[in-house]
Design a protein around this ligand. Structure first.
Ligand code: NOJ
Length: 551
C-alpha cells in the first residue's frame, strides 16, 4: 500500500492538473457537415474593421509624428509599386462619409486603431501630447456612438513611433513596455468614458515575424531565430502591463474589457491517422496562436515551443534557449490578462512533419520542424497566401475553446482579397467566402464556442502593407486614382447586409435569393460606373442601390 502522504500528494497533483490542463482537442475528427441554416444568438455583434495606417492617410498632418511604416514605405523597393500610406483612403477626412457606409450596413460595431504617433508624436508621453490628434479620435468615437455603432479600438496596429525605433530598437527593447503603457493610459483617460472594448495589439505574430525575422514589414529587421522571439516577449509583457493598468486604475469606473487580437491560420494534419502529422499540425498552431495565447491564459509559452527551441538552441551550442523565459513573478502577472480574445483568421494549411537539422542555421520557421502544404483545389482569388478553406475556421475556434477554457471571443478580422486592376464590383468569390466562413462560425457557436461578435475585414480597400494597394480586402471599392478617393459598394456589401439583418441564414430559398439580388445590383452599378454616371455621393443610398427586402 502507498503511504498516506504519497496518496495525498497524488491527489493534489491530479487536482492541479485538472484545474490547469487544457481540455483535449480531438484532432482525429474533422466532421465538415453541410451548410447550416440558423440564427446567431440574440445580441451577436456584427462589424467591419480598419486600421490607422492602412486607411487614415494624413501621414504628416495636424502635428502627427512619423511612424515606422511611414519610414519603411518611403524607402524604395519595400512595398509593391512603392506605394505608401501617405493619403491612402483619406479616412482622416472622411469620418462622416465612412460612418454613413457603416450605418447603411447596419453595423453594430466598428473596429479601428489609434495611431500612436498621431497622439504622441515621439511615442514618449512626457515629450508632447498632440491635442489635434486626440480631437480626431474624439470626433470619430462620438460620431460612432451617435449612430449607435460600438467602437472597438486597437491601440497598436503596427505603426510604432519612429523615434522609439531609432532610439531603442523598437520591440527588441524592454523599455517599450513602459512607453506603451503610458500611451495606453492616455487613451483610457481620454477615450475610456466612451470606449469599452480595447485591443492592445493587433496580430503580434506578424509584428514579430515579419517585422523582426523576415523583414518584410516595418521596421524591416532580419534577426533570424532571435528577433521575433524577443519582440514577442516584450509585447506579451506590454500587453499584461496595460491590462493591469486598466484593471487597477480604470475598470471600476469605465467597466470596459481589454483583449488582444491574435491571428491564427489553422493547421490541419495531412493524414489524420498519422500521429506525426497530428503533432506537426499542433506545433504549427502552437507556434502561431499558442505563442501568445498560452502565456496570456496559462502564464507561459506552449511546452512544445520551449522544447523545440530549447533543444535546437542547445544543439547550436548556445548557453540558453533563443526563446526567452518568464520569471515565476512574470508568469503569474501575465496569466489571466485577457478579458476577451480577438481572433483574426483568414486561411488554413495542411501540415506534415519535416525535420530541419539545427546546424542549418536558425529561424522561427525551421524551429517548428514542419512543412506547410495547400490543396490546389482550394480557391485563392487574391493574396498569394489566402486560400478559402471555411472548415478550418470552425476547427480553429473549437481548438481555442478547448485550450483556453472557452474564452469570450470576438472575431476581429476575417475576409478575402482580390487582385484586380480594373474596377470590379461583382465580387461573387467574396460573397462565397463570407457566406461559408460565417456559416462555419455559426456551427462553432453551436459546438459551444463563445463567439460574441464578427468583424468583416475590411470596410474599405486600403493599404495592404508590403503589397501596397495591389490587394483589395474591402467590402467597398476605393478608387485610389481619383483624388477624392470615392467609395463604391461591392456586391458583398449587399450580401453582408442581408446576413446582418437576418442575424444568420434563415433558409435556403432566401439565402440563394440574396446572392442573385446582390449580383443584379452590382452589374448595374458596374455599368453606371463604366458610363461615368455613378455618383459616389449616393453610395449605399437606396436611390442608386435598390435594396429589395422581399424574397
Ligand atoms: C492581418 C492584418 O492585421 C491586417 O492589417 C491585414 O490587412 C490583414 N491581415 C490581411 O492581410
Amino acid at each position: 500500500m502507498l503511504p498516506r502522504c504519497v496518496l495525498t500528494l497524488c491527489h493534489v497533483l491530479v487536482l492541479v492538473l485538472c484545474l490547469s490542463a487544457a481540455e483535449d482537442f480531438d484532432w482525429t475528427k474533422n466532421d465538415r457537415g453541410s451548410f447550416y441554416y440558423g440564427s446567431f444568438p440574440t445580441g451577436f455583434s456584427w462589424g467591419a474593421g480598419s486600421s490607422a495606417y492602412q486607411t487614415e492617410g494624413a501621414w504628416d498632418k495636424d502635428g502627427k509624428g512619423i511612424s515606422i511604416w511611414d519610414v519603411f514605405s518611403h524607402k524604395k523597393g519595400k512595398v509593391a509599386f512603392n506605394d505608401t500610406g501617405d493619403s491612402s483612403c483619406d479616412g482622416y477626412y472622411k469620418v462622416k462619409e465612412d460612418i454613413a457606409l457603416m450605418k447603411d450596413l447596419k453595423l453594430n460595431h466598428y473596429r479601428f486603431s489609434i495611431s500612436w504617433p498621431r497622439i504622441i508624436p515621439t511615442g514618449i508621453k512626457s515629450d508632447h501630447i498632440n491635442e489635434r490628434g486626440l480631437k480626431y479620435y474624439d470626433n470619430l468615437i462620438d460620431l460612432l456612438l451617435e449612430n449607435k455603432i460600438t467602437p472597438i479600438v486597437t491601440l497598436y496596429h503596427w505603426d510604432l513611433p519612429q523615434v522609439l525605433q531609432e532610439k531603442y530598437g523598437g520591440w527588441q527593447n524592454i523599455s517599450m513596455v513602459n512607453y506603451f503603457n503610458d500611451y495606453a493610459n492616455l487613451c483610457f483617460e481620454r477615450f475610456g468614458n466612451r470606449v469599452k472594448y480595447w485591443i492592445t495589439f493587433n496580430n503580434p505574430w506578424s509584428i514579430a515575424v515579419e517585422g523582426y525575422e523576415t523583414g518584410e514589414h516595418a521596421p524591416g529587421l532580419r534577426l533570424k531565430g532571435t528577433g521575433a522571439y524577443r519582440a514577442a516577449h516584450n509585447m506579451i509583457k506590454a500587453h499584461a502591463k496595460v491590462w493591469h493598468t486598466y484593471d487597477t486604475q480604470w475598470r471600476n469606473k469605465q467597466k470596459g474589457f481589454i483583449g488582444i487580437s491574435l491571428s491564427g491560420d489553422w493547421g490541419e494534419p495531412v493524414d489524420l491517422t498519422n500521429q506525426k502529422d497530428i503533432e506537426a499540425a499542433e506545433r504549427y498552431v502552437q507556434f502561431y496562436l499558442g505563442w501568445f495565447a498560452t502565456p496570456l491564459f496559462h502564464g507561459d509559452y506552449p511546452q512544445v515551443m520551449k522544447d523545440y527551441i530549447g533543444r535546437k538552441s542547445a544543439q547550436q551550442g548556445l548557453g540558453s534557449s533563443r526563446l526567452p523565459t518568464f520569471s515565476p513573478q512574470e508568469k503569474s502577472y501575465i496569466k489571466g490578462t485577457c478579458d476577451f480574445l480577438g481572433i483574426g483568421h483568414f486561411t488554413t494549411r495542411y501540415i506534415t512533419q519535416k525535420n530541419f537539422p539545427a546546424n542549418r542555421g536558425n529561424s522561427y520557421f525551421t524551429d517548428r520542424d514542419l512543412a506547410e502544404l495547400v490543396d490546389p483545389r482550394w480557391p485563392d482569388p487574391g493574396s498569394e497566401w489566402l486560400y478559402s478553406v471555411p472548415w478550418g475556421f470552425r476547427r480553429l475556434l473549437n481548438f481555442v475553446k478547448t485550450q483556453y477554457g472557452n474564452p469570450m471571443i470576438y472575431i476581429t478580422e476575417n475576409g478575402v482579397s482580390e487582385k484586380m486592376m480594373c474596377t470590379e464590383l461583382c465580387d461573387d468569390w467574396r460573397i462565397q467566402y463570407y457566406k461559408d466562413y460565417i456559416n462555419e462560425m455559426l456551427k462553432a457557436i453551436k459546438d459551444g464556442v463563445n463567439v460574441k461578435g464578427y468583424t468583416a475585414w475590411s470596410l474599405l480597400d486600403k493599404f495592404e502593407w508590403d503589397e501596397g494597394y495591389s490587394e483589395r480586402f474591402g467590402l467597398y471599392y476605393v478608387d485610389f486614382r481619383n483624388k477624392n478617393k470615392p467609395r463604391y459598394p461591392k456586391a458583398s456589401v449587399h450580401y453582408y447586409k442581408r446576413i446582418i439583418s437576418s442575424n444568420g441564414f434563415p433558409n435556403q430559398r432566401e439565402v440563394e435569393s440574396w446572392k442573385r439580388k446582390a449580383t443584379e445590383t452590382c452589374s448595374s452599378s458596374n455599368q453606371l460606373l463604366a458610363a461615368g454616371q455613378y455618383s459616389s455621393e449616393n453610395a449605399g443610398k437606396p436611390k442608386v442601390w435598390p435594396v429589395h427586402d422581399e424574397v
